[in-house]
Design a protein around this ligand. Structure first.
Ligand code: C8R
Length: 258
């Protein structure tokens, strides 16, 4: 019987920590371009890496709190100029393709977002190492896992800091383009400041019939959450107009039906 079986490192249902997690964090930090929106209090990658590790190392992987990440977030708070933020839900790649040529910013463009993008991490009580066998799954194990709480805290800060017009790219090929259980739904939309304008773009997968629209019930729900907060809302049913100007985006999974 293997060692991991005894130690229980394999007991969670999610992917284990990414191999070379620390090395990847360090490299991404060292290579991070110093642009205006990347302002962060510390440019010390050693310090940032240390704060990241000590947030979860040796701790119960199901007992993550916002507090655990406070030092890390304080070191590299995402700050983006007004009118430049693009949010998304189930449309990360498309949102990034939309944002990039327009000088707009998704959370993955900020320092902490870029460090953590596509990585997995969790520790084990009493151990100085990451658990590379398994980490808690949101549904099957616990919601308060370190990955989920990290994205929640960071997304909350990102949304809170937004000013002017904020855009969001949503998938109109899903039954609910706006999903209250998603991070956009449960964290970002409810944390936009009053007087912000949210501009939603519903994208439709050309291979599938559109299932949700600006007049559908999920968007109506989003509208009501926003109006309680005095956030203005604009919704566009397809991306035809802006996609036309940028042909290459049409080669992706999403586009506009003829
Ligand atoms: N945001 C949330 N989650 C993020 C993320 C990000 O920027 N970047 C990554 N890689 N992830 P989803 P959602 C990972 O269900 O829940 C911000 C996390 O592991 O398609 O509505 C961003 O600003 C997370 O569990 O979208 C964006 O606006 C999944 O991807 C929303 O929150 C979430 O993918 C998107 O979160």
């Amino acid at each position: 019987i293997h060692k991991w079986y005894h130690s229980g490192l394999n007991r969670w249902h999610g992917l284990g920590s990414t191999a070379d997690f620390q090395k990847i964090i360090q490299e991404r930090c060292d290579n991070y371009p110093q642009q205006i929106w990347s302002y962060s209090r510390s440019r010390n990658c050693q310090e940032i890496k240390q704060a990241f590790m000590s947030a979860f190392i040796s701790k119960d992987p199901c007992k993550a709190t916002k507090e655990d990440y406070r030092r890390l977030i304080d070191l590299a708070d995402p700050t983006v100029p007004c009118n430049k933020i693009v949010l998304w839900s189930k449309t990360k790649e498309l949102a990034r393709e939309y944002a990039k040529p327009r000088g707009l910013v998704t959370l993955e463009d900020t320092l902490l977002g870029s460090l953590a993008d596509d990585l997995h991490w969790c520790g084990e009580p009493g151990s100085p190492d990451l658990n590379t066998w398994s980490c808690p799954d949101w549904k099957k194990d616990c919601r308060t896992n370190y990955l989920t709480v990290f994205w929640e805290v960071l997304s909350e800060r990102f949304a809170e800091s937004a000013c002017g017009t904020v855009q969001v790219v949503l998938d109109g090929s899903l039954e609910n383009a706006f999903n209250e259980m998603s991070i956009f739904g449960r964290v970002e939309a409810p944390n936009l400041k009053p007087m912000v304008t949210l501009q939603a773009w519903l994208v439709h997968d050309p291979g599938k019939p559109p299932r949700d629209s600006c007049s559908g019930s999920s968007i109506t729900k989003l509208k009501s959450i926003l109006s309680e907060r005095n956030v203005r809302f604009i919704c566009r049913d397809n991306l035809r107009k802006f996609l036309k100007k940028r042909k290459p985006i049409l080669n992706g999974k999403y586009g506009v039906s003829p």
